[in-house]
Design a protein around this ligand. Structure first.
Ligand SMILES: NC(=O)c1ccc[n+]([C@@H]2O[C@H](COP(=O)([O-])OP(=O)(O)OC[C@H]3O[C@@H](n4cnc5c(N)ncnc54)[C@H](OP(=O)(O)O)[C@@H]3O)[C@@H](O)[C@H]2O)c1
Length: 303
């Protein structure tokens, strides 16, 4: 079997670092070494991995996209680079669209020209959160903020044969995410207030990385929802993290979105949990979020 060359953009981001390690046959912190959705262990020489950071490939530079892909000739491109600052995006619309929409389209086109498969990551924030139950792949997007709208615009610039993985509430041992904010507060003896009226699905970066390895192998095309099993609210997540770190129920207090001060610039969906039935009909489900977050906290403490 010949080695598959995979180019990963956003390689220094929280999913990027875990995906590059996983494709190299390593077990990144926070990962379950025994779990792989297609049941096949990752060989250390199965993939030739090229992880590129913004320094090596700035997606705002359209010529660089064609040049880097032309020079490296990947079989598969996984696009993890994104403008992810949800609130800042409200005031930085052009820069956000340049990466999340325009560059996604350019990468898709460059892959088509090379005969490479294109995988890009999108978000639950493409939905308005007003459906009242979890979102499936064929539900109609109606983003509420600039970030979600830019990611939806990126999806629309993809070709039908590309694979779009929508994920949500991503957190890893490495990189920045709310789980580290909560854990730091729990460890320092302080308390937190988190909203209990936004529901979603947590996705542990190391589990998502394993799912993406399966996507790279099988190149399914189309839209796929990928998240850990179970839904939660930000308050419920904070309380769980507190308990795992030995804090009592006084650690986390539930509040409403209306009580947030200052009010965030971007509107978030009230309920945007992703239904993963399509994924589960083909491959193994991602572990329950409690298990994934407990693993993350264990390896965070060790690292
Ligand atoms: N985080 C979440 O909760 C979440 C939820 C749903 C979907 N997603 C999606 O999942 C994917 C991975 O997210 P993540 O959590 O790993 O994000 P992340 O940690 O913010 O990483 C994104 C990476 O993209 C890079 N980047 C930004 N602008 C770039 C540019 N112009 N050229 C090249 N690289 C650029 C960033 O580099 P710098 O550090 O230099 O800025 C960063 O390393 C993204 O598509 C994101 O939209 C994330």
């Amino acid at each position: 079997m010949s080695t598959v060359r995979v180019l990963v953009t956003g390689a220094a981001g929280q999913v990027g670092v875990d995906l590059v390690s996983t494709l190299r046959g390593e077990v990144p912190p926070g990962a379950d070494a025994r779990w792989q959705p297609d049941g096949l262990a990752v060989g250390s020489d199965e993939f030739d991995v090229l992880g590129v950071t913004r320094h090596e490939l700035d997606l705002a530079d359209r010529d660089a996209i064609t040049r880097v892909l032309g020079l490296t000739k990947p079989d598969v491109v996984v696009n993890l680079a994104a403008y992810t600052a949800v609130d800042q995006a409200e005031r930085d619309v052009e820069a956000c669209y340049a990466v999340n929409a325009t560059a996604t389209g350019l990468l898709s086109e460059a892959c088509a020209a090379l005969g490479a498969h294109f995988v890009t990551i999108s978000t639950d924030y493409v939905f308005d959160g007003e459906k009242g139950s979890g979102y499936r792949e064929d539900d109609v997007p109606n983003p509420q903020g600039v970030y979600g709208a830019s990611k939806w615009a990126g999806e629309q610039r993809c070709r039908v044969q590309d694979t779009i993985v929508r994920t949500s509430w991503v957190m890893g041992v490495r990189g920045k995410s709310v789980v580290h904010v909560i854990a730091n507060r729990a460890e320092s003896g302080s308390t937190v207030r988190f909203v209990d009226d936004q529901t979603g699905t947590v996705t542990c970066a190391a589990d998502l990385a394993r799912a993406l390895v399966t996507v790279v192998r099988e190149r399914p095309g189309g839209v796929w929802h990928v998240a850990n099993e179970g839904t939660t609210t930000w308050f419920d997540l904070a309380r769980f993290v507190g308990r795992e770190l030995g804090r009592g129920d006084e650690f986390a207090t539930p509040i409403t979105t209306a009580e947030l001060s200052p009010a965030p610039l971007a509107t978030r969906p009230r309920r945007s949990d992703l239904v993963t039935a399509k994924w589960r009909s083909r491959w193994a489900a991602l572990p329950d979020w409690h298990e994934g977050v407990a693993r993350l906290l264990r390896d965070r403490a060790a690292s």
